[in-house]
Design a protein around this ligand. Structure first.
Ligand code: BEZ
Ligand code: FE
Length: 294
C-alpha cells in the first residue's frame, strides 16, 4: 500500500497480518496494534517520548538475565501480572484467591518432612507455620505438594544473595512439603518481613518518577498442587503491615491477610524449646476442583 498516512496506518498494519495462519496470534496482535496506535494518538506521543520509551525498554532488556527478570517486574508494577492472574483464576468465592508468582520462585526446591525447619540458616525471628489444604466442600486434600518460599529479615530471597565459589546458591527459607492424610501441614521457618522489590534498575527509576514506593507487605509464598484440583499460586500476608494497602505489585487480597501471633520464649506447640520469642501463623487453603471454573 502506497501513501499510507496518519489516518490509514492502523488499517494498513492490520491488513498486513491478515494472512497469519495462527488465529490466536492474529487476534492478539490485531488488538495490540489497535491499542498501541490509539494510545499514541490519545497522548499525542512526541518523538522525544518515543525515544525515551525505547531507551527505557532497552535498559530493561540489558539488566535482565537468568537471575534478574526486569520485564516481569515491569509487568508486576504496572498491574498487568495481577490482571492476568485474576482473569485466569476466576473461581467460586469460597476458594482461596490467587496472587502473583513473582520472580523468586525456584523449581525443585529441597523436600522437607512435616515439622522441619525450612529456614536452613536464613536470618529472622523463628516462625512456626501450620495449616490445612481442603477442597471446596471442606474435604481434606491428602498428599498435596506445597512449594513455600520467602525472604529473610533483611528482605532478601536466597537467590538474591551472592553464589558460593562453585556458583551455587544454598536454598534457604524455601522448600517443598506434602500435606498429611488429614490435609494438614506444619513446618518451621522465619518471620516474614516487608521488603522492597529490586529497584536499582529502570523499573525502580520508573517508580521514583511516578512518586511510587517499591515495597511489598510481608508475606509467605505458596504454590499448592494436588491431583484433581487446580494449582493455586498465592501468598499469605501479615496483618498490620504498613504496606498492605499500597503493595508495589497490587497483589494483596484481604482474604489472604492473617495474624502472625508473637509468643514469648518458652515451648512451641510441637514441643520445641524456644529460648527467644517466636511467631506462629495458620492458614486454611481451599482448592478449586479441576473443571469447575466459575
Ligand atoms: C515477590 O513477592 O516475590 C515479588 C513479586 C513481584 C515482584 C517482585 C517480588
Ligand atoms: Fe515475595
Amino acid at each position: 500500500m502506497l501513501d499510507i498516512n496518519e489516518d490509514t496506518i492502523t488499517q494498513a498494519v492490520l491488513a498486513s497480518m491478515a494472512r497469519c495462519s495462527d488465529e490466536r496470534l492474529r487476534t492478539v496482535m490485531t488488538s495490540l496494534v489497535q491499542h498501541l496506535h490509539a494510545f499514541a494518538r490519545d497522548v499525542k506521543l512526541t518523538e522525544d517520548e518515543w525515544f525515551h520509551a525505547i531507551r527505557f525498554l532497552t535498559e530493561v532488556g540489558h539488566i535482565t538475565d537468568d537471575r534478574r527478570q526486569e520485564f516481569v517486574l515491569l509487568s508486576d508494577t504496572l498491574g498487568l501480572s495481577m490482571l492476568v492472574t485474576t482473569q485466569n483464576h476466576r473461581k467460586p468465592a469460597a476458594c482461596t484467591e490467587a496472587t502473583v508468582l513473582g520472580p523468586f520462585f525456584v523449581p525443585d526446591a529441597p523436600e522437607y518432612a512435616p515439622g522441619d525447619d525450612i529456614a536452613n540458616g536464613a536470618l529472622g525471628a523463628p516462625c512456626f507455620v501450620s495449616g490445612s489444604v481442603v477442597g471446596i466442600d471442606g474435604e481434606p486434600v491428602a498428599g498435596a505438594q506445597l512449594d513455600v518460599w520467602q525472604s529473610d529479615e533483611h528482605g532478601f530471597y536466597d537467590v538474591q544473595h551472592a553464589p558460593d565459589a562453585a556458583g551455587r546458591i544454598e536454598p534457604r527459607a524455601r522448600g517443598r512439603l506434602r500435606t498429611a492424610a488429614d490435609g494438614t501441614f506444619h513446618f518451621r521457618s522465619i518471620l516474614a518481613e516487608a521488603y522492597p522489590i529490586p529497584h536499582d534498575g529502570p523499573v525502580g527509576k520508573m517508580l521514583e518518577a511516578l512518586g511510587r514506593h517499591p515495597w511489598r507487605p510481608a508475606h509467605l509464598h505458596f504454590w499448592i498442587q494436588a491431583d484433581g484440583y487446580e494449582p493455586l499460586i498465592t501468598h499469605v500476608f501479615r496483618n498490620g503491615d504498613r504496606y498492605l494497602d499500597s503493595d508495589a505489585v497490587f497483589g494483596v487480597r484481604s482474604s489472604l491477610v492473617v495474624d502472625w501471633k508473637r509468643h514469648e520464649a518458652g515451648v512451641a506447640r510441637d514441643g520445641t524449646p524456644m529460648n527467644v520469642p517466636f511467631y506462629t501463623v495458620d492458614y486454611r487453603f481451599v482448592l478449586n476442583p479441576r473443571g469447575d471454573k466459575a
